[in-house]
Ligand binder design. Sequence first.
Ligand SMILES: Nc1ncnc2c1ncn2[C@@H]1O[C@H](COP(=O)(O)OP(=O)(O)OP(=O)(O)O)[C@@H](O)[C@H]1O
Ligand SMILES: [Mg+2]
Length: 264
Amino acid sequence: MSNDPSAPARGDYLRLSGVVKTYRDATVLAGIDLTIAPRERVVICGPSGSGKSTLIRCISGLEGYDHGEIVVLGKPLAPHPQPDARLSGRVGMVFQSFNLFPHKTILENCTLAPRQVLGLSREAAQERALTHLRRLHIGEHAAKKPAQLSGGQQQRAAIARALCMQPEILLFDEPTSALDPEMADEVLDAMVDLADLGITIVCVTHELAFARRIADRVIFLDQGRIVEAGPPEVLFTRPQTPRLQRFLSRVPQRQAPAPSLEVQ
Ligand SMILES: Nc1ncnc2c1ncn2[C@@H]1O[C@H](COP(=O)(O)OP(=O)(O)OP(=O)(O)O)[C@@H](O)[C@H]1O
Ligand SMILES: [Mg+2]
């Protein structure tokens, strides 16, 4: 995506080394070492409370960390929270609960940050927004408020909003877990299409069929540690640890690809 000649060296594109995060006396991330390459698509899975959200919130700068080092796009991220880190637009985040501004239209939601942060004109911001909204098949809903859209449409609007900042890295935290299966598939299909845009994707999800379709690598987190990592076809068919075996046996797996929606 970047034409920047000072683009970071491959190893320092996105790197976590020995990252530890504690809340009072609880260790939530217990030494994370992870290097992600440009355009790589990484799925993070693991049991509830294993630190998945914390991990991507640390990468986004929303959350601080106690020890170790995080380098994002060649720049070390200071250990205290960096709410402005995302404002440059180079790292975007899509949340489970969409987080759209309820009183603004979908188009306004998509044009606000590009105008305020990137300095785009109204026309340029609208043109960009409509391109992404159409890409996500919700162009006709641009003038509506979020509450007038289905959950799946709202989440696709949230993805369009993130794309309008032309991020290099897009972080997703369980983007479909608030949606019923049909709407989840709409969103997952849209995310598969994003792969063509060459954006680096780090996605927390339990949608293992989706992980098989999109992920170059799956990271399995448990108790704040990376327990296993590898391509989905290896990790899901030949899990090496009892913890991952147990996790896989408990996660409901939907058939891939859509349209088959039966829960196994
Ligand atoms: N702000 C906070 N203050 C204290 N503890 C927290 C805070 N945020 C998260 N935790 C704790 O950190 C641990 C990891 O939380 P996190 O939200 O990262 O887990 P998760 O893997 O995303 O879980 P889930 O699948 O339920 O979303 C949990 O034990 C949680 O209770
Ligand atoms: Mg979480």
